[in-house]
Design a protein around this ligand. Structure first.
Ligand SMILES: NC(=O)c1ccc[n+]([C@@H]2O[C@H](COP(=O)([O-])OP(=O)(O)OC[C@H]3O[C@@H](n4cnc5c(N)ncnc54)[C@H](OP(=O)(O)O)[C@@H]3O)[C@@H](O)[C@H]2O)c1
Length: 263
């Protein structure tokens, strides 16, 4: 697929994977729409992008109904969206027995309902043109469970299920649906992960610090979009292999998970 002059809307574009996807898509000649909450950071990212015509649309995915209204009202003023990348998200590092209930609400609002709201706003215009790609950044945590991630994994499994069903529904309209499940990628995700009270833990984590470089991850994600894949795992080492190990050795995998303290 040639991305020249395509319009790519990326959520979570103020940091990490979303920011790097924006940089790489702009290099490939695409016009990028950047969304997240932090407008200052989005402005900094936009200033680094190659080419013209990039836009900033601030969105707070934790208010999905507002996202749906805001984007539905705005869409006719924007260029046709060729690719939507639902990347914005938040993780978690806390035990079920210690979590406030609110932690689960926050994770589902941002990672699941926020993604559905934006997809609901944009997909009809793709269906009308019989062309477009909907991309969801789930996680390896959407394929396997581990300690400290009950809310995060639940939200990312939900994304995988949503995308599998959506793919089946919109195939007849020539819409491509790709689910990307990253393993550990070196970004600010651990710092921004929610603790038991639902606030950012502000701590690094070894597996993320030693994870795949974000430039390499974004390159693989763009390849998967170009090749119109249905689902890909993007990760190295154990974080990349975990879904395969679980598939073939589920009992062993579950026993090891119970003994592992990846925080
Ligand atoms: N890094 C990894 O190892 C890894 C592994 C698996 C999956 N993922 C997934 O990859 C995606 C990107 O994560 P990342 O690693 O790049 O982490 P990151 O550096 O923390 O970036 C997260 C992005 O999501 C945005 N975001 C968070 N809450 C939001 C909200 N309420 N409304 C709108 N935007 C919001 C943030 O922007 P603002 O704060 O400006 O709103 C930021 O741009 C996430 O969905 C994550 O679950 C990452």
């Amino acid at each position: 697929m040639n991305f020249n002059n395509k319009t790519v809307w990326i959520t979570g574009a103020s940091s990490g994977i979303g920011k790097e996807l924006a940089v790489q898509f702009a290099k490939l000649g695409a016009r990028v729409i950047l969304s997240a909450r932090n407008v200052e950071k989005l402005t900094e990212v936009k200033a680094t992008l190659k080419g013209d015509g990039h836009l900033i649309i601030p969105l707070d995915l934790s208010a999905p109904e507002a996202v749906l209204t805001q984007v539905t009202d705005l869409l006719h003023t924007l260029p046709s969206i060729d690719i939507l990348i639902n990347n914005g998200g938040v993780s978690q590092r806390s035990l079920f027995l210690e979590n406030d209930f609110n932690v689960y609400r926050q994770l589902m609002e941002v990672n699941y309902f926020g993604l559905i709201a934006l997809t609901k706003a944009i997909l009809p215009s793709m269906v009308a043109r019989k062309n477009g790609s909907i991309v969801a950044i789930s996680s390896v945590a959407g394929k396997v469970g581990s300690k400290f991630r009950t809310g995060y994994s639940g939200s990312k499994y939900a994304v995988v299920g949503f995308m599998d069903c959506l793919r089946a529904e919109v195939a007849e309209h020539n819409i491509h649906c790709l689910t990307i499940c990253p393993g550990s990628i070196k970004t600010a995700i651990a710092h921004n992960s929610l603790n038991e009270q639902g606030v950012a833990q502000n701590k690094p984590e070894e597996s993320i610090e030693n994870g795949m470089a974000v430039s390499c991850a974004a390159e693989k994600m763009i390849q998967a979009i170009a090749n119109k894949k249905d689902e890909v795992i993007v990760g190295q080492g154990l974080s990349g292999w975990a879904p395969t190990i679980k598939r073939f050795f589920p009992t062993l995998f579950n026993r090891l998970t119970a003994k592992t303290n990846y925080r």
